[in-house]
Write a protein that binds this ligand. Structure first.
Ligand SMILES: [Fe+2]
Length: 285
């Protein structure tokens, strides 16, 4: 798990099962496999050959309505079959009054939210019987009522629950751009001791009607290659955190497998160079 891995999406399942490409590990969204027996069968074949990481997109740890226990039970059943090396999800909410919203929505960073999210992370870890990693979100707006920074919130969440953290370096970069903070200072303040995994994903710049001065907003599409400034931030992140399992996420406009895997090779090359002269420690893997 020291090498980079790739997001495994449904269009690539059959090819990966048939050709066994040279990739160290894959990450899946369990929600893709809960009602798709054929895909699940292919996944089980792939899981015999590769370490698998499970990244949930439907476990809404920020929802005031509480965790959907039925969904969590279905995810746990898949996890019990897969025995993944890592299990993670987002610091966000995506359900309200039983309805699933097709977005990962932001939270205010205050004591009340910390209490709520901590309770839910405990419930998830108890149900899954393994540590859960919580990922920093991609942000477009913030809450004026927040009383702590995102980094402080994540650090306290990890301290209270024992959860690990998944640092999405692209999210740090684009949120820094959109919210007006320095992504390097964010990484420098991030609780490095809790980091178990990194993410890299593509984003696009779009004109923003809310900023008439012509400033563009960065949208987290996971639909293109990793931007050059993010590779530089990734190198800085590795020098600070040490080696960590790194995933290339690509969820929209999914390319041929080789295009995805070339980004994986690039992540390995950037990591090798960043860590060459660094007295780094291995975070996990
Ligand atoms: Fe991510």
């Amino acid at each position: 798990m020291r090498s980079a891995g790739a997001g495994l999406r449904l269009p690539h399942l059959a090819a990966v099962a048939a050709t066994t490409p040279s990739v160290a590990w894959f990450e899946i969204h369990p929600e893709n496999f809960l009602a798709n027996p054929h895909a699940r069968e292919l996944l089980m074949t792939i899981a015999q050959r590769y370490p698998i990481s499970v990244h949930t997109v439907g476990v809404s740890i920020g929802s005031v309505d509480g965790i959907d226990r039925g969904h969590l039970a279905r995810v746990r059943e898949l996890i019990d079959d897969l025995d993944p090396v890592l299990v993670s999800g987002h610091l966000a909410w995506s359900t309200h009054q039983g309805a699933y919203l097709n977005d990962l929505l932001p939270l205010p960073y205050d004591d009340e939210t910390l209490e709520l999210v901590s309770t839910h992370v405990h419930q998830v870890q108890d149900a899954l019987r393994r540590p859960y990693l919580v990922e920093n979100p991609s942000s477009y707006v913030g809450f004026g009522t927040s009383t702590m920074t995102e980094v402080e919130f994540l650090g306290e969440l990890a301290r209270r629950t024992g959860c690990g953290l998944l640092c999405d370096v692209s999210n740090v970069f684009l949120s820094g751009h959109n919210m007006g903070y320095d992504p390097y200072r964010y990484i420098d303040a991030f609780p490095a001791g809790a980091v178990r995994e990194l993410h890299l994903g593509g984003f696009v710049a779009e004109d923003d009607d809310a900023t008439p001065d012509g400033t563009q907003i960065l949208i987290d599409t996971h639909g293109t290659v990793i931007a050059e400034p993010v590779w530089k931030l990734y190198a800085h992140t590795l020098r600070r955190f040490g080696a960590a399992p790194t995933l290339i996420e690509w969820d929209n406009d999914i390319p041929e497998p080789d295009t995805l895997f070339s980004e994986v090779r690039k992540a390995n090359a950037v990591a090798a160079e960043a860590l060459t002269d660094t007295d780094s420690h291995v975070v996990a893997g």
